[in-house]
Design a protein around this ligand. Structure first.
Ligand SMILES: Cc1ncc(COP(=O)(O)O)c(C=O)c1O
Length: 420
């Protein structure tokens, strides 16, 4: 089967709203490489949008899922429970930031984890309001969209959204928003829009994913914690993209020395199987009444088996440290190219969560150059993802298991795409 034929069939059979980046179709994949139906090989710096920190088809994950396939694939945890769900919850409770006793509930997608974190926060506080940040991305469900701080393409034509959601600017020095600006805007919301005593939660990404890999400054995160403590608001860290080893720690919040009340996670949690979770302070997590949380597929046994293997692999292969080393190598390479690429406005990141932002000579965002780099790289067989409110950032999401030779090959293609 040829790619062109599949593109034609896709256009006829599936809606354009499910936007597809590549015009080639996957046949198989292994670790950091994908082969298409015509046999062309690609180096995968997209990793299924940050899902494959442990790479495609890691043998330990495949073994764990196969073993589970031979036992049972679905019982609905809320009907007939299984021990692996508890085991994974226990492990996450031990590893998630914060010293207080914790509990974890499993779901399927990142958006579902976010929805449930808000439900739990509302149930625990008895308050309706939620504050999120511009540039943030929290999913494609109704509450996910309401919280998301990026209109195109996520919110166009889909409103009205759930009420009582407010946005403050996320600090970003490059775009002229300081921690102080952001915190003042938050205080302004409390004056102009909602009494802080009616706010259930503040939700934020420690490093904005879709928003451009903007890293939250330490003073900002600590100030958010203080604001929450002052007003009895719960702090939710959305670690769907930052989680599971990407930033040089298992959770990005470990960089800040403050704990959120609730953490959402998904993506690399189960290495390609659909699984998400909300972990939080035990008494907060216990606020919803029995039956209020869950879902038919929530905590699917195949996905849970895969997640348990992910935790083992991260530890036994020391992947979190390796990710930080690879991220450093990438940042050094990008910095070295800077003199030859005037479009580079900033190279930033934490651990392996690295991005490069492009701007034009007049300082305005350069989405055209971003697309050009992405297209040139793709022609040479390197898959890159863009992000940023203006689509002018390239983010790097290579598996942390990538072989040195493949990483170097990818970096060479990237250098060529940037400088040609
Ligand atoms: C920070 C964050 N939250 C939530 C989501 C939504 O996750 P999902 O696409 O699995 O629903 C994403 C997805 O990119 C994300 O990056």
């Amino acid at each position: 089967m040829k790619n062109a034929e599949l593109v034609r069939r896709k256009d006829a059979a599936t809606p354009r709203g499910v936007g597809v980046m590549c015009n080639f179709y996957a046949e198989r994949a292994l670790n950091s490489e994908i082969w298409d139906v015509e046999g062309k090989r690609y180096i995968d710096f997209a990793a299924g949008i940050a899902v494959l920190n442990t790479g495609h088809r890691h043998p330990r994950l495949v073994e764990a899922v196969e073993k589970q396939l031979g036992r049972f694939t679905h019982t609905a945890y809320q009907i007939v429970p299984y021990a692996s769900y508890i085991e994974l919850a226990e492990k996450i409770n031990r590893r998630a930031p914060g010293r207080s006793a914790k509990k974890t509930a499993f779901f399927t997608t990142g958006a579902e984890a976010v929805e449930n974190a808000i439900k739990i926060a509302r149930a625990a506080t008895g308050r309706p309001g939620v504050i999120a940040f511009s540039g943030g991305f929290h999913g494609r469900t109704m509450m996910g969209m309401a919280l998301t701080g990026k209109v195109a393409p996520y919110k166009i034509g889909f409103g009205p959204f759930p009420g009582e959601v407010y946005h403050a600017p996320y600090p970003c020095a490059l775009h002229g928003v300081s921690t102080d600006d952001s915190l003042k805007a938050l205080q302004h919301l409390f004056k102009a829009d909602i009494d802080p005593k009616r706010v259930a939660a503040i939700i934020f990404e420690p490093v904005q994913g879709e928003g451009g890999f903007n890293v939250a400054p330490t003073d900002f995160v600590r100030a958010l914690r203080a604001v929450c403590d002052e007003h009895g608001i719960l702090l939710i860290a959305d670690e769907v993209q930052t989680g599971f080893g990407r930033t040089g720690k298992l959770f990005a919040m470990e960089h800040y020395d403050v704990a959120p009340d609730l953490t959402t996670m998904a993506k690399s949690l189960a290495g390609g199987m659909p699984l998400s979770a909300v972990c939080g302070r035990a008494e907060v997590m216990d606020a919803p009444a029995p039956g209020g949380l869950g879902g038919t597929y929530a905590g699917n046994p195949l996905a849970v088996a895969s997640a348990l293997a992910v935790l083992d692999v991260l530890e036994s292969e020391k992947l979190i440290d390796r990710g930080a080393e690879l991220g450093q190598r990438l940042m050094t390479r990008l910095e070295s190219l800077r003199p030859r690429v005037p479009q580079i406005a900033e190279v930033r990141g934490v651990g392996a969560m690295v991005a490069v932002e492009f701007r034009q000579a007049d300082g305005s965002p350069d989405p055209d150059f971003t697309r050009t780099v992405q297209n040139r790289a793709l022609e040479k067989g390197l898959l890159l993802l863009s992000c940023g409110v203006y689509g002018n950032v390239i983010r790097f999401l290579f598996p942390l298991t990538i072989q040195d030779a493949v990483m170097n090959e990818g970096l060479d293609i990237l250098a060529e795409a940037l400088t040609r």
